[in-house]
Design a protein around this ligand. Sequence first.
Ligand SMILES: NC(=O)C1=CN([C@@H]2O[C@H](COP(=O)(O)OP(=O)(O)OC[C@H]3O[C@@H](n4cnc5c(N)ncnc54)[C@H](O)[C@@H]3O)[C@@H](O)[C@H]2O)C=CC1
Ligand SMILES: O=C(O)[C@H]1O[C@H](OP(=O)(O)OP(=O)(O)OC[C@H]2O[C@@H](n3ccc(=O)[nH]c3=O)[C@H](O)[C@@H]2O)[C@H](O)[C@@H](O)[C@@H]1O
Length: 433
Amino acid sequence: MRMVVLGLGYLGATHAACMAELGHEVLGIEVVADKRELLAKGEVPFYEPGLPELLERHITSGQLRVSGSYSEAAEFADVFFVAVGTPQKKGEYSADLKYVDAAIDELVPLLSRDAVIFGKSTVPVGTAQRLSERAHALADEVDVEIAWNPEFLREGYAIKDTLHPDRLVLGAFEGGRAERIAREIYQTMLNDGTPFIVTDPPSAELVKTSANAFLATKISFINAIAEVCDAAGADIGAVADAIGYDARIGRKFLNAGLGFGGGCLPKDIRAFMARAGELGAAEALSFLREVDNVNMRRRTRMVELTREVCGGSLLGARIAILGSAFKPESDDVRDSPALNVAGQIQLQGASVTVYDPKAMENSRRLFPTLDYAPSALEACENADAVLVLTEWPEFVTLDPRQVAETTRKRNVIDGRMCLDADEWSRAGWTYRV
Ligand SMILES: NC(=O)C1=CN([C@@H]2O[C@H](COP(=O)(O)OP(=O)(O)OC[C@H]3O[C@@H](n4cnc5c(N)ncnc54)[C@H](O)[C@@H]3O)[C@@H](O)[C@H]2O)C=CC1
Ligand SMILES: O=C(O)[C@H]1O[C@H](OP(=O)(O)OP(=O)(O)OC[C@H]2O[C@@H](n3ccc(=O)[nH]c3=O)[C@H](O)[C@@H]2O)[C@H](O)[C@@H](O)[C@@H]1O
């Protein structure tokens, strides 16, 4: 099938390449010229394992093309995916829908044939309905249907999650056209037995925001218990393992530590609270404020712990920060807990050196005043404390004896509970979590 993907960021570029992989003919539309030029050459402007190979294959074969032209998009296909960003509004909790609105406003007047537009971006409940009305007003004698097909991929596993999702969700208005087309697009996955939930648009929008709210809540739950463990002298790792064996609870997303960041969970729970407020249901989601509070406290606590480890003051201290991406296998630093901590420690007078295997360029752009080192060992040179804030495999396998040769003091804080505490302690380190 021929289709267009609007917006080629983490979500859109992956979706476009995966749709080509399924055998569809895909045109990707991106407004940022630099990104477009890289993608058109088969190069991915961000780090996502496996994506460069997939993209290059389908760009070379011609199955996937990249353009900046909405006229070309309108001409090319009758099926569209909206994958543009929905960031948090500046100074507010709600989602900024200006990119989604712009995509519809630009595309719909150009359509000369009936079309189905599938929204993939994460949006507040009610958006499909609003966009549908907007599209009907803009459409010139053509029938434009808007359906919502939320995406659940995780960065770092984006291709696997797109091609082998846990489930597919479609929110469509009456009529069946969107469902018929979606079934054709995703036929390979449906043949593999992937559950396919077809519902109305508000429910589909809510599936996505509820899923992210639940994941965020699970992480903050275990971090809240970690606070109690700290106070009681208990071991949060043992608690998480033990409760995780209960199949009703499950061990996944119970890793205590620095908490969640990234371009999705933090902004999505805030947008969810804002939307519930608009709907008169603010109280129902008031617990998400506490989820957010617990999460942000993890960052403050990490700064305090570092100060404590440095003898009560960060003035003049040298701190090594290993990991700046919001999680491993990603170069994404949007709302990165690690960089947030790095910035706060620097503000308190320490000199901070950061190293990350993939996120150096993005980190430098966002926090140009921090120091950056080309390797983990170089970041640790003369450090008073080493903070592991993203659990990249290369940090997990660091040799604590070798690290000890470069640092000034042997203080390590394991912000992701990913190091072998005994091994570091045996090598003479004071190990803290
Ligand atoms: N990153 C992820 O892992 C996932 C993201 N999502 C959701 O997907 C949406 C996109 O997220 P990301 O890909 O992370 O954001 P992103 O910022 O990486 O990508 C958005 C892209 O859209 C482009 N764009 C903006 N306006 C445009 C327009 N009018 N026409 C064409 N392109 C336009 C931007 O230049 C950018 O390249 C968000 O709603 C997010 O919540 C959902 C699931 C997973
Ligand atoms: O809507 C989205 O964009 C996506 O958001 C998350 O995916 P992602 O942000 O890529 O990353 P996660 O693996 O969920 O991790 C999010 C954050 O939580 C942290 N985390 C995760 C798990 C855990 O046990 N503890 C923990 O602190 C990670 O370090 C990271 O900072 C969801 O997992 C995806 O299903 C969803 O599609």
